[in-house]
Design a protein around this ligand. Structure first.
Ligand code: AHG
Ligand code: MN
Ligand code: MN
Length: 333
């Protein structure tokens, strides 16, 4: 069975005269490889393997329950003062509960937890997560995701200390993209003849295309700096790229990872630290992006080197193809 999609026949877009590097799809293979097999053959340690696999399947089980929680918000806002959808609250509770049950987690930090949740004292891992990324897309039935970073040491820590990161995208098909420090790999959910779900390898060692095709920029353009506004205009005018912004970071990130380009939620006049969260969103995705040959920037260096004492801190975020991250740096520095 052919599981690896490819773009052999794809022509470069008009205006993109440079030779494209990386097809954003990963290595092609006819071999059927499950997520657990891939983790094992990549030499990932058994505890970490177990945690990543459990997470993938727990998120999958959770998805079966989504229809029950599609409408409504909780009375109380979260620690960022944002409305909490009923689904945000339910997914957070479900993931936390199942993760603690693995016995592998010492502490869970979550966008939807006012205080970190304590697990098993001697357990090897600390988890930081955005359980449901893109909750404004619940009502409209657009894609949303789950973003997770796994550390051995307690937070706050630099992203360089991540031992693994992954995101799950609940889209037309359900994908699971992970890195444990040796490349970025993508899996897709399949069902076997007996109705059992499995994650099968879709692309190994994904390389983000250079130059890129798409961009997603968050925040209110009226609140952007003049320099960022000029950079944004150049993406249309000079780079001849297409705008792609869904309001779900995981979904927009996935476009950039596969097609090349840039995603940014910049520092703005009203929110100098942007909107996205350093530990729950930025660090895990920066790890995945850099492992795919892309780059990240926080306004002062790689997002993997950004530090903050506050585990709930926000951070200006720019990530994508190396050449474009270099351009945004030059425009803003
Ligand atoms: P969350 O749903 O976890 O709060 O995250 C939403 C984030 C991110 O997914 C997205 O890129 C951004 O917020 C969208 O913000 P705007 O609505 O300001 O565009
Ligand atoms: Mn989010
Ligand atoms: Mn969220």
């Amino acid at each position: 069975m052919m599981l690896i999609l490819h773009q052999d026949e794809k022509q470069p877009r008009e205006g993109n005269t440079l030779q494209k590097q990386g097809d954003g799809m990963g290595k092609k293979t006819d071999e059927i490889v499950t997520l657990s097999q891939h983790l094992k053959r990549s030499g990932v340690d058994p505890d970490l393997r177990r945690l990543i696999t459990s997470f993938a399947f727990v998120a999958l089980d959770a998805q079966h329950q989504f229809p029950k929680y599609l409408r409504g918000t909780m009375g109380e806002p979260n620690k960022y003062g944002e409305a909490v959808a009923r689904l945000d609250e339910w997914v957070n509770g479900y993931l936390c509960d199942r993760l603690i049950k693995t016995g592998l987690v010492r502490k869970i930090y979550s966008e939807e937890l006012k205080e970190p949740l304590l697990g098993h004292g001697g357990a090897p891992f600390v988890v930081a997560m955005d359980p449901l990324d893109g909750s404004s897309n619940i009502v409209s039935n657009n894609a949303f995701g789950t973003i997770v970073g796994i550390y051995r040491e307690d937070l706050p820590q630099k992203g360089r200390k991540l031992v693994a990161a992954f995101y799950k995208l609940y889209g037309p098909v359900n994908t699971f993209v992970y890195t444990a420090g040796s490349g970025t790999h993508e899996f897709v959910k399949h069902y076997d003849g007996l109705g059992n779900a499995q994650f099968l390898l879709l692309g190994e060692n994904i390389r983000i295309p250079e130059p890129g095709e798409v961009f997603g920029l968050g925040g209110d353009p009226m609140d952007w700096s003049q320099a960022f506004l000029r950079f944004a205009k150049d993406l249309f005018k000079k780079e001849r790229m297409k705008a792609r912004y869904s309001g779900t970071f995981a979904a927009d990130f996935s476009q950039v990872l596969h097609r090349g380009g840039i995603f940014a939620y910049p520092s703005t006049k009203k929110s100098p630290r942007g909107k996205l969260r350093l530990f729950y969103e930025a660090q895990p995705m920066a790890f995945i992006m850099e492992q795919a040959g892309g780059a990240s920037w926080s306004g002062s260096g790689s997002l993997l080197d950004a530090v903050d004492k506050d585990v709930d801190a926000r951070v200006p975020l720019y990530l994508g193809s190396k050449a474009l991250v270099k351009k945004v740096k030059k425009a803003l520095e």
